[in-house]
Design a binder for this molecule. Structure first.
Ligand code: NDP
Ligand SMILES: Nc1nc(O)c(N)c(N[C@@H]2O[C@H](COP(=O)(O)O)[C@@H](O)[C@H]2O)n1
Length: 286
C-alpha cells in the first residue's frame, strides 16, 4: 500500500494499492522530486515532463467519474456520489500526483468542494471568468486551507471587475489569489486552454488534474483544447443517472464533406476494475 506522506490527514487514513497505482503510472506526470514534497511551488526549470506533448510543459490529466449514461451529476447543482470507495481512493491518489486540480465555476458553486487530497494536496484552480463563485470564510476550500488540510485556490477571472473585494480578502487571507486572464475563446466568454496552462506554468505548476464539471470537460475535449490533454482517466460507475443529468458530451466536429464527425477518440487504452467501478485510462488520439 502507498502510505500518506507529509500532509495531515482529513478523515479516515487513505491508502491506494501499489499494484493499481502502477497501472496508472504511464498516464501520470513524473512524481515530484523529494525537495518538492512540501508543496507545489517547484523550481522553475524548463524541462518537459516525460510523455508531455506540448511546451511549456504542463502535464494535463483529465479525470472524472460518470454513469453508464455519461452523466457526472444527477442535475446541475446536485452533488452526486458516483465513485465507490476504491475509486474515491484513486481520486485522492491522483490529486496527490498533480501540482494543481482544476474545476469550473459551476462545480465550485454547486459542490462547495474541498479539492484537497488525504495524501499530498494539489493547488486548487477555479475557472471563473465572470466571478460568480461567491467564495467566503465558510467555503470548504477556504476552511480546508485554513486548517492546513489543503492549499488555497487560484481563481482565474476574465476581468478586474469580476473581483469582489471581500472575496479577495478571504482568498488572500489563506494564501489564495485572483488572477485576471483575458478570455480569448468562444467570442470572449471562455479562456483559451493554452492561456490557462501558461498561467499555471508561470505559477510553477507543472501538472494539472482537470476534474470537471461538464462545461470544463466538454470545452477541454473539443479542439483545440484536446491537443493539450496528455491523458484521460475516467471512472465508470455501474449506474444510470437518467434524463436531465449533467452530461459529458463534447461538441461534434464536421468532416471535410460537412458531415458530423466524432470530436475525439482515445488510444493506448487500459481498463481496470476497481471495486464495483471500472477505470478507463487512455490518451487522446492525435
Ligand atoms: N462526477 C465527477 O467526476 C464530477 C462531477 N462534477 C459535477 O459537475 C457539475 C457542474 O458542471 P457544470 O455546471 O458544467 O460546471 P463546470 O464546473 O464545468 O463550470 C462551468 C463554468 O466554468 C467556466 N468555464 C468552463 N470552461 C471554461 C473555459 N475554457 N474558460 C473559461 N471559463 C470556463 C464557465 O463559467 P461562466 O459560465 O461563469 O462563464 C462555465 O460556465 C456539478 O453538479 C458537479 O457535481 C464536477 C466535477 C467532477
Ligand atoms: N472522482 C469523483 N467521483 C465522484 O463520484 C464525484 N462526485 C466527484 N466529484 C468531484 O469531487 C469534488 C468533491 O470532492 P471534494 O469535496 O473536493 O473531496 C466535486 O466537486 C467534483 O469535482 N469525483
Amino acid at each position: 500500500m502507498l502510505s500518506p506522506n507529509n500532509q495531515p490527514h482529513q478523515g479516515e487514513p487513505l491508502t491506494f494499492p501499489a499494484a493499481q497505482a502502477a497501472l496508472l503510472t504511464p498516464y501520470l506526470p513524473p512524481p515530484p522530486p523529494p525537495s518538492a514534497a512540501a508543496g507545489p511551488s517547484r523550481d522553475d526549470e524548463d524541462e518537459a515532463p516525460a510523455g508531455s506533448t506540448h511546451s511549456p510543459a504542463v502535464h494535463v490529466t483529465l479525470t472524472y467519474a460518470h454513469s453508464l449514461d455519461a452523466s457526472i451529476a444527477l442535475a446541475p447543482g446536485a452533488r452526486t456520489a458516483l465513485s465507490g470507495p476504491a475509486s474515491k481512493a484513486m481520486t485522492h491518489y491522483l490529486r496527490a500526483r498533480h501540482d494543481a486540480i482544476l474545476v469550473g465555476a459551476g462545480t465550485a458553486v454547486a459542490d462547495d468542494p474541498g479539492l484537497n487530497s488525504r495524501l499530498l494536496s494539489p493547488r486548487p484552480v477555479v475557472l471563473d471568468p465572470r466571478g460568480r463563485w461567491a467564495v467566503h470564510e465558510g467555503s470548504r476550500v477556504i476552511r480546508t486551507a485554513r486548517e492546513g488540510m489543503g492549499l488555497a485556490p487560484l481563481v482565474l477571472v476574465g476581468h478586474p471587475a469580476a473581483v469582489v473585494e471581500e472575496r479577495r480578502r478571504v482568498l488572500e487571507a489563506v494564501g489564495g489569489r485572483y488572477i485576471v486572464l483575458e478570455p480569448r475563446a468562444a467570442g470572449g466568454r471562455r479562456f483559451d486552454w493554452a492561456d490557462v496552462l501558461a498561467v499555471l506554468r508561470r505559477e510553477g505548476l507543472r501538472s494539472v488534474m482537470v476534474e470537471g464539471g461538464a462545461g470544463v470537460i466538454n470545452s477541454l475535449l473539443a479542439p483545440p483544447g484536446n491537443a493539450l490533454v496528455d491523458s484521460v482517466i475516467v471512472t465508470i460507475a455501474p449506474t444510470w443517472l437518467g434524463q436531465g443529468g449533467v452530461v459529458v458530451s463534447p461538441p461534434r466536429t464536421a468532416a471535410e464533406d460537412g458531415t458530423a464527425a466524432p470530436p475525439v477518440r482515445l488510444t493506448d487504452v487500459k481498463w481496470c476494475p476497481l471495486g464495483e467501478d471500472v477505470v478507463l485510462c487512455g490518451r487522446i488520439r492525435r
